[in-house]
Design a protein around this ligand. Structure first.
Ligand SMILES: [Zn+2]
Length: 173
């Protein structure tokens, strides 16, 4: 789980630039998020594949999340890489469930947490793009699945096999 201690807007940025966070990585991050959001909005949504609630009823949330994150999981090798992808996927899933006007702040909060843990700027740029792709995928492919993810557990079975447990909230609709 991520720590809750937030980077203050007026404190010196964690990247080592010596500039206040609000004028440094916060501003850069917001510019990246805003331009990526614009690109996503312009995309054609026709190719969306809907998964109906009936279909979901028969499936476990863990299967849905593994399917949701599969193209990024396919790029991972180690357990910690897989866990990072699952954590990103769950954050994106929950952000996508929030009202549209709240999503920007939620992404921004998530990115400042990532920045605080990993000061490499390429890392947070990649994180922002993966989050945006996954938010878009949630909205397009699973628009009717409205269960928030409350907790998860990633269990190693064998040298190469893992099991994902998901604790999800109750569907509101
Ligand atoms: Zn900075």
């Amino acid at each position: 789980m991520l720590a809750t201690n937030k980077l203050g807007r007026n404190s010196i940025c964690a990247c080592g630039s010596g500039i206040k966070y609000k004028k440094c990585c916060l501003a850069k991050g917001q510019a990246v998020i805003a331009s990526s959001m614009e690109k996503l909005k312009k995309r054609n949504f026709d190719e969306s594949i809907y998964i109906s609630p009936e279909e979901i009823g028969a499936r476990k949330m863990s299967e849905i999340i593994l399917e949701y994150a599969h193209e990024f999981l396919a790029l991972t090798n180690t357990r910690s890489e897989k866990e990072n992808v699952i954590e990103l996927a769950i954050a994106a899933w929950n952000i996508a469930l929030a009202d549209e006007e709240k999503r920007f702040n939620l992404i921004d909060n998530f990115v400042s947490d990532v920045l605080r843990i990993n000061k490499n700027s390429d890392h947070w740029k990649k994180t922002v793009s993966v989050i945006l792709i996954l938010i878009n995928k949630k909205l397009q492919k699973y628009p009717l699945v409205d269960r928030p993810i409350l907790d998860y557990d990633f269990i190693k079975l064998n040298h190469d096999e893992y099991h994902l447990n998901i604790v999800s909230g109750i569907t509101c609709s």
